[in-house]
Design a protein around this ligand. Sequence first.
Ligand SMILES: [Zn+2]
Length: 151
Amino acid sequence: MSTRKYTKIEGPTIDSVPLIYKHKIPIQKTYKFWEGLKEGKIFATRCKKCGRIYFPPQADCSDDFSSDMEWVELPKFGVLEAFTKVYARPQGFDDVDPYVIGIATLENGVRVMGWVDPPDEKCVKVGNRVELTIRVIKDRHIIYLRDLSCT
Ligand SMILES: [Zn+2]
């Protein structure tokens, strides 16, 4: 049984300033992925034992628990499988125009999530071919799925 107690606030309140939680994420085992983005390359990891490709990259294979992994560059083209427009943006992106997030299956069967270009849900269609590109938004390298039927 939980012993946690919640304090009920009584009387009037005011809002605090927005809080930002920021911390260091260790990337030692995925460093090549982050460096690749800067060069316009999207890397996944492949298990040398069973051949399974992981994206986002994993340092260990969850099928056979092997840590003998190699880096492989993802194909540049795929097919859009699903998408949705994001109006309620997360903290840090709340000043960015509403955007479209999609999932594409690449030529090697790997699924990738990215921002869909253009962010026009009237033109973008499931089944359309997309090209993977990378853009820098707010100092972050963002994977884009460029809908080749909407350009
Ligand atoms: Zn494996």
